[in-house]
Write a protein that binds this ligand. Structure first.
Ligand code: GDP
Length: 543
């Protein structure tokens, strides 16, 4: 296999042959940051955006800046808990690249939004707290990336604090995630004696005490006296040399193919808080993270370089602007060029949808996008026309696959205080379901709707929004159901038979697809064994 070194020298990032005007697709990097809460995702995001500096994409966006905050501060629940419930996207330019950073919700609860966001990225940065290593949520998010073969770049953060031994950390990544690791940089000291990073194999050092723009300084190798200057405690430099020698000689080297296939992760060490190691990380992303990849649709695979515009909606966000009840559909452009003013076809309905005001999102602003390319994420304001999973094209009848809906892990029956408002509740639930806030199941027996969520926080979000936006005070009742599955079969008759014999345990989702609800995992298994011709699925593609 071809092994290469990933250099971290201060040359501005440049992508192979990509140049600003010639190849808009090759210069795009669409990624997300995955981490456990508190590992430093927010801090790292801020620092990355600093590098992005100018928020205007020269020549591509005419910034009609309306100073509207895209920060998701509209909801009381977020303020109360200091969390960001909604996902957003931030576009910035650095070197030759346009970066689209998709933010995943930062709270502990796991929502489907997070999964769906990961369907729209081409790579991910995994942030690990150097004192804690791989934590539960990092692991869970990593598994989602692995399912989709998303390449991972690792940033070991908080080296300025007491940290674990770097070998131990690497070993943990390798063992718990079954992922090869290739350190690109190596920490010089840690905790109080953290002094910088050594660029493995390239004889360069980045000093913590140097101004960021100073870049790296050359050294003769690990024997260089600079290390004695940086590591002044008794025996520290000698220990470090042994370590670095082992790291340089004994660990895997970066391998582009293995990384792109998702088998190997390059590892950077740094401190987001001190803005240290972040430039190496962003340069690394520019150099090795994949440009937009092809996306599977029902009839064929769509390549990013195809001339006709296609895209899919992976997220709907309501009320980004508290003054206007707008809904923004976030669409990943998969191919072609999206031009402002063009008419796209919404494949689900066959109707044209004018893209009069597609938007780009920056750290604090949004701006009208005049054009966007594969890999970009644009926000399309709409009043409920667009749903999660929708495909937009220039006419072709294709539907993108893989924006999933997961069988909920918590189910509750809605309790409405005011029976007069049943119709309004129905409409509101339809909306919330389409936005992906909750899943809505309408039981066959005509009883009150059941909502399902993957993480409990979504129940609070729903309750608050029904009250705030629709004036509907609702509560939840327990249901006897704890699990549910979509059911499918090769024969319609089989489905009918199943539905008939499970009357009150059957419901329909928003698309009218049959859902079987069971009291326990045991009873679900029992039915699965009895009904061999029925497939019980816990993931459903949006259609
Ligand atoms: P998130 O929950 O992953 O978004 O984490 P935050 O970015 O909010 O960081 C959590 C806490 O760790 C905050 O108090 C940060 O100031 C702190 N933090 C983040 N990065 C570093 C770092 O590199 N060094 C140190 N010492 N603290 C950090």
């Amino acid at each position: 296999m071809h092994a290469m070194l990933m250099q971290t020298d201060p040359k501005p990032a440049s992508t192979d042959g990509a140049n600003k005007t010639a190849d808009p697709v090759a210069r795009r990097r669409t990624f997300a940051i995955i981490s456990h809460p508190d590992a430093g995702k927010t801090t790292l995001t801020e620092k990355l955006l600093l590098f992005g500096g100018a928020i205007q994409l020269a020549g591509e966006v005419k910034a009609k800046r309306n100073r509207v905050s895209t920060r998701s501060d509209w909801m009381g629940i977020e303020k109360e808990r200091g969390i960001s419930v909604v996902t957003s996207v931030m576009t910035f330019e650095y070197g030759d690249c346009v970066f689209n950073l998709l933010d995943t919700p930062g709270h502990e609860d796991f929502s489907e939004d997070t999964y769906r966001t990961l369907t729209a990225v081409d790579s991910a940065v995994m942030v690990i707290d150097a004192a804690k290593g791989i934590e539960a949520r990092t692991r869970k998010l990593f598994e989602v990336c692995r399912l989709r073969d998303i390449p991972i770049v690792t940033f070991v953060n908080k080296l300025d604090r007491e940290a674990r031994d770097p070998f131990e950390l690497l070993d943990e990544i390798e063992k718990t995630l079954a992922l090869d690791v290739a350190p690109v940089t190596w920490p010089i000291g840690r905790g109080r004696s953290f002094a910088g990073t050594y660029d493995l194999g390239n004889n360069r050092v980045r000093r913590l005490d140097a101004a960021d723009d100073a870049g790296t300084v050359p050294v003769s190798g690990i024997d260089d006296p600079l290390f004695d200057q940086l590591l002044t405690e008794q025996g520290e430099a000698a220990t470090w040399r042994e370590e670095a020698e082992l790291a340089e000689g004994g660990l895997k080297r970066f391998d582009l193919a293995a990384f792109r296939e998702g088998h190997l992760t390059p590892v950077f060490f740094g401190s987001a808080l001190r803005n240290f190691g972040v430039r190496d990380l962003i340069d690394g992303l520019a150099r090795v993270a994949p440009p937009p990849r092809g996306q599977d649709a029902d009839k064929r695979r769509i390549e990013p370089t195809e001339p006709k515009m296609t895209g899919f909606v992976f997220k709907i966000q309501a009320n980004m602007d508290p003054n206007h009840r707008d809904r923004i559909a976030f669409m990943r452009v998969c191919s072609g060029q999206l031009r402002r003013g063009m008419k796209a076809k919404l494949v689900r309905t066959g109707k044209p949808i004018p893209l009069t005001a597609p938007q780009f999102f920056f750290a604090q602003d949004r701006a009208i996008a005049d054009e966007a390319f594969a890999g970009d994420v644009v926000g399309i304001p709409n009043h409920g026309t667009l749903r999660i999973g929708d495909t937009l094209t220039e006419g072709e009848e294709i539907v993108f696959r893989g924006v999933p809906s997961f069988a909920p892990e918590i189910m509750r029956r809605i309790k409405l205080g005011d029976a007069m408002k049943a119709k309004k509740l129905k409409e509101a639930l339809q909306q919330m379901g389409e936005e992906g806030v909750v899943q809505v199941f309408v039981p066959q027996d005509g009883s009150q709707a059941i909502v399902g969520v993957v993480g409990a926080l979504q129940l609070d979000v729903l309750k608050e929004r029904l009250q705030a936006e629709y004036g509907l005070p609702v509560d939840y009742d327990q249901t006897r159901f704890s699990v549910c599955r979509w059911i499918e079969s090769d024969t319609e008759i089989e489905i009918d038979k199943f539905v008939e014999s499970h009357g009150s345990a059957m419901a329909k989702d928003l698309d009218g697809a049959p859902v079987f609800m069971a009291a326990t995992a045991f009873s679900l298994r029992y039915e699965q064994e009895r009904w061999e011709k029925i497939r019980f699925t816990d993931v459903k593609d949006y259609q």
